[in-house]
Structure formats: C-alpha cells, structure tokens
Design a protein around this ligand. Structure first.
Ligand code: HEC
Length: 161
C-alpha cells in the first residue's frame, strides 16, 4: 500500500512539471513605467530592481529552482497578487489619485518593514533593506508626492469626504 502511494506521488510530481503558469515576462519598453513620468535616481532604481520589481513589475527574474514545480506556482501566486496591488510598470496610465496613493502605500510598507515580503528576503538576502536604503526609497516616494502636489490641485490627488 505504502509503495503504491509513493508511486502515485512520484507520478503526480512528474505530471505537475508539465503544468506551468505563464511567466511574468514582457519584453521591450514599458509605456506606463513610473520612471517615464517621474525621475528615479540610479540608487533608487537599483533598490527597486533588487527588492521590489520581481513582484511589482512586468518582468520577474526567476531563480533556477523555479523550474521545479510546485515552486513556480507558489512564486506565481505572489507575483500575481503583488502586481494586482501595485505594478510600477503599469502606473502612469492609472488615475492621479491611484498614483498618489500608491506612493503613500510604498512609504508605509517600506517604513513598517512589510515589504519586501519576508519569504522573499529569506532567499534574496540582498533584498533585505538597510535603514539607508529604506530612507532613500521613502524619500523618493515622498518627492513624487511633492511633485504631484505642485502640479495638480489637491482634490485631484486626495478624495475629500
Ligand atoms: C515576493 C514578492 C514581493 C516583493 C519582492 C515585494 N512585494 Fe510588495 N506586495 C507583494 C504582495 C503579494 C502584496 C499584496 C499583499 C500584501 O499586502 O501582503 C504586496 C503589496 C504591496 C503594497 C501595497 C499595495 C496596496 O495598495 O495594498 C506596496 C505599496 C508594496 N507591496 C510595495 C513593495 C515595495 C516598495 C517593495 C520593495 C521594497 C515590494 N513591495 C516588494 C509582493 C511583493
């Protein structure tokens, strides 16, 4: 009986190798990339690249072990969920309120240490942000909010009740 169960599990493991979600890869320039509308200093760009973009952009750098299932499913879930909440490559086409608010959220998440996700920094050690990197990221997001406030009336950025 045990042997049958093990054989079945082995069989299932082989079968799921062939069921793969589509990878998060979009070649070429991203027309709605946040950097098209707002300046991103080089150091901030590299922080975003190493710590955020795998889940909040249209291009994920997949680790080698993502070739084994069910790892890819597990990663895919985080990527889909992350992109649904915030996608820096799908940004400038959103409403001003949305763009303003997501910068607020970026500051909050980074300050509270909620992002990047622990399950991510556990493997990507260099994505664990130093206090200096955190403050670079939050100052950048703040500067975008300031730029927006200078450019647009406040009612178009914040919903008043
Ligand atoms: C491993 C994937 C992953 C990485 C890496 C990651 N995030 Fe996230 N992020 C998520 C997921 C999943 C959610 C949605 C669920 C949640 O809030 O936990 C999210 C939510 C957010 C939100 C909240 C958006 C909203 O409106 O609710 C912000 C802001 C955010 N992330 C910013 C960042 C920043 C900035 C970084 C880099 C410093 C980062 N994330 C790195 C997966 C990730």
């Amino acid at each position: 009986m045990l042997k049958k169960i093990l054989l079945f599990l082995l069989f299932a493991l082989v079968v799921i190798q062939f069921i793969r979600p589509k990878k998060n890869k979009t070649e070429g320039p991203q027309p709605n990339y946040i950097g098209n509308a707002f300046a991103i200093p080089a150091d901030v760009k590299s922080i975003l690249a190493k710590a955020c973009n795998d889940c909040h952009s249209n291009n994920t750098n997949y680790p080698w072990y993502s070739n084994f299932q069910p790892v890819l499913w597990w990663l895919d879930k985080h990527i889909k969920d992350g992109k649904k909440h915030l996608n820096y490559d799908d940004y400038t086409n959103r409403s001003l309120r949305y763009q303003f608010h997501k910068m607020e959220e970026t500051i909050e998440m980074v300050k509270e240490g909620e992002m990047p996700l622990n399950s991510y920094t556990w493997i990507h050690k260099d994505a664990k942000l130093t206090p200096e990197e955190r403050s670079k990221l939050t100052s950048w997001a703040n500067s975008i909010m300031d730029t927006m406030k200078a450019k647009y009336p406040i009612d178009s950025l914040i919903r008043k009740n």
